[in-house]
Design a protein around this ligand. Structure first.
Ligand code: ZN
Length: 213
C-alpha cells in the first residue's frame, strides 16, 4: 500500500497493520482477552488464543479499522487507506489462526483456517514467503523512485528469524507460571508490534526524504 501510494503517511499504514495486535496485547494484559499456554498450538506463538474477541473478531476488526481511519480524517485518502491497512490484518490472520476469530464478541461462530495448527513450521515458512513477495513488490516500485528498501527488508528478516519456531520468545513465556505468562505474552505482543513498527516508519520516512532531496 505504501509503495503504491508513496505520499500516504507511513505511520498510518505501518502502525495500522499492527493496530489489532497492539490492542490484543493491551487487552490481554488488562484481562479482557484470555490466552492459554499450549506448546502444541503452532509454530511460534505457543499459546491458545482462548478469547480474543475484543480485537480479533470480524465485528471488532471492522470497528477498529474505522476507529484508526477516523484518526486521519483530515486527509480522506489517508483515512481510507489507514482503515484498509487495519482490516488487511484480519484478512491476513484468517488463514493461519486456529479457529479463534469470532464473528463478534462472545459469538459462538469462529473463523480461521488453522494453518498454524495443521502445518506448524510450514505455516511460519508460508508467512515468510508471503512477506518476501510483498517486499519484492515494494522493492521494485521503490527502486523506480530511487529509494532503497535494504534496511527495512533486513529488519523484517531479523524479525522473521526471531519469531521462528526455535527462537521465539514465546517458548520461554509459555513456560512461566500465571499471571506472568499472560502478562508477558500481552506485553511482548504489544511491544513486538510497536517497537519494530516505529523503527520501520522512521527508516522508510528517512529514506524517502533523502531520495526526494
Ligand atoms: Zn492478529
Amino acid at each position: 500500500m505504501k509503495s503504491r501510494t508513496p505520499k500516504t503517511s507511513t505511520l498510518a499504514l505501518l502502525l495500522g497493520v499492527a493496530f489489532m495486535d497492539i490492542m490484543d496485547g493491551l487487552f490481554i494484559v488488562l484481562g479482557a482477552d484470555r490466552v492459554t499456554p499450549d506448546l502444541a498450538s503452532g509454530p511460534y506463538l505457543f499459546f491458545d488464543l482462548t478469547f480474543i474477541d475484543w480485537d480479533h473478531s470480524l465485528c471488532m476488526g471492522v470497528l477498529l479499522s474505522l476507529l484508526w481511519g477516523a484518526l486521519f480524517l483530515r486527509n480522506p485518502a489517508t483515512s481510507c487507506l489507514a482503515a484498509l491497512a487495519v482490516f488487511s490484518h484480519f484478512l491476513a490472520d484468517w488463514p493461519v489462526h486456529n479457529h479463534d476469530l469470532a464473528l463478534y464478541p462472545y459469538s459462538e461462530q469462529h473463523m480461521g483456517l488453522g494453518l498454524w495448527g495443521s502445518l506448524g513450521t510450514g505455516a511460519w515458512v508460508l508467512e515468510g514467503l508471503f512477506a518476501a513477495l510483498l517486499v519484492a513488490f515494494a522493492w521494485r516500485r521503490a527502486r523506480l523512485a530511487h529509494i532503497s528498501l535494504l534496511r527495512p527488508a533486513l529488519l523484517l528478516l531479523v524479525l522473521f528469524v526471531v519469531m521462528s519456531p526455535w527462537l521465539s520468545p514465546m517458548l520461554v513465556i509459555a513456560r512461566l507460571p500465571e499471571p506472568w505468562a499472560h502478562l508477558a505474552h500481552g506485553t511482548t505482543v504489544a511491544l513486538g508490534f510497536l517497537v519494530p513498527g516505529f523503527i520501520l516508519v522512521r527508516m522508510i520516512d528517512r529514506d524517502q526524504t533523502r531520495a526526494s532531496a
